[in-house]
Design a protein around this ligand. Structure first.
Ligand SMILES: Nc1nc2c(ncn2[C@@H]2O[C@H](COP(=O)(O)OP(=O)(O)OP(=O)(O)O)[C@@H](O)[C@H]2O)c(=O)[nH]1
Length: 336
């Protein structure tokens, strides 16, 4: 005898009595004898199928815990039926006990190769029949229980992974503007700085500050200020994506755009693009801004890290350029 294998596909747990036997045999008398044998076992339900062509559909509908399959049915090879059960996903692991008048070892081998779990020579002793049916049904039930516990575990693991991913995202993203937060920027900038030092490549930084934003808040209110910051952040993020850079909220109304393997000339182009796109947002500016639309000032710097420079030097350079941009009238990009 062999117990059913475990499966990756979810299994259906049969409802109703704990032992449900489907007898597939064209001789009605076998069904009568089997019922008589099992009369003293009220927890064993028996259903009989006399026609081979109905067997698979009946089994799918009944969800037995064991199938007793006659090999010598008219018009069909019983082993073909065994294979047909195995092709049905719902029946793939249901124990199949072959009933045969033939005690030939070759026939037994063919039955097991076709997918049978057991082989009984007709008609066995009642005690043996009951024991085999109970053994296979119990093994199948245990397999189903194990499978459903495994599925539940997998579902809860996936939910946990999704929650962890969301938590990780929340720790990296600024809640108002959805760009990276300062903490993530600091980590990422340090990593990219080290990488640029190793590669000997340029790394560029743009410090971007919204102009006259205190007046904007005072004039239009803090909520309008929040919405303006969100629009400006979306613009910076889309420019950052175009150069595979990182957009981050550096603090308050100040943003940073960091781009690896980017020259000062390229940083200038990125900065001009941010300035122009913020103008295209057409967010009305508040007095004393001389411009009709809300604008940003940008300081851009780039360097190849070496033993004498720190990442803070690049920030300081970009910051100095930003102050120059403010002094020169805002709504512009300034580089050294
Ligand atoms: N609505 C809103 N305002 C913010 C937020 N963070 C910072 N601010 C405001 O941004 C304003 C920044 O003002 P300042 O530092 O004086 O700069 P500014 O008015 O933009 O002037 P310049 O930078 O010189 O053009 C302050 O009024 C802050 O309250 C925020 O999350 N939401």
């Amino acid at each position: 005898m062999s117990a059913p294998d475990s499966a990756a596909a979810p299994l259906l747990e049969p409802a109703g009595p704990s032992v449900r036997v489907l007898l597939v045999d064209d001789q009605a008398v076998v069904g009568v004898i089997l019922r008589t044998m099992l009369a003293a076992d009220p927890d064993i339900e028996v259903q009989t199928c006399l026609r081979a062509e109905d067997a698979v559909a009946t089994a799918v509908q009944m969800q037995p815990t064991a199938i007793l399959q006659d090999l010598g049915m008219p018009g069909i090879d019983g082993l073909d039926l065994v294979r047909a059960y195995r092709r049905q996903p719902e029946l793939q692991h249901v124990p199949i006990i072959v009933l045969s008048a033939n005690d030939d070892p070759l026939m037994k081998r063919a039955s097991f190769s076709a997918g049978a779990n057991d082989y009984l020579v007709k008609l066995p002793e009642p005690i043996e029949t009951t024991a085999r049916i109970r053994y296979h049904s119990r093994a199948y039930r245990l397999l189903l229980e194990r499978d459903s516990a495994y599925q539940a575990l997998r579902a809860s693991q996936q939910a946990l992974l999704a929650r962890n991913e969301e938590l990780r995202r929340l720790t990296q993203v600024d809640g108002l503007t959805n760009v990276s937060n300062r903490r993530y920027f600091d980590e990422h900038f340090a990593q990219e700085w080290s990488l640029a030092a190793l590669e000997g490549t340029e790394i560029a930084l743009l410090m971007i500050d919204v102009d006259h934003f205190k007046s904007f808040n005072d004039h239009f209110g803090h909520l309008a200020g929040d919405a303006a910051l969100q629009s400006v952040a979306r613009t910076i993020r889309s420019v950052a994506r175009s150069c595979e850079g990182l957009a981050a909220r550096f603090g308050g109304e100040e943003f940073a755009l960091m781009a690896s393997r980017t020259s000062l000339a390229q940083a200038m182009v990125l900065g001009e693009s941010v300035c122009a796109q913020v103008q295209q947002l057409r967010i009305p500016a508040a007095p004393p801004s001389p411009h009709p639309w809300l604008s940003v000032s940008i300081g851009a710097a780039a360097m190849v890290p070496d033993a004498a420079t720190l990442s803070a030097d690049l920030i300081a350079q970009a910051d100095a350029c930003l102050y120059s941009a403010k002094r020169q009238g805002r709504n512009r990009v300034v580089t050294r």
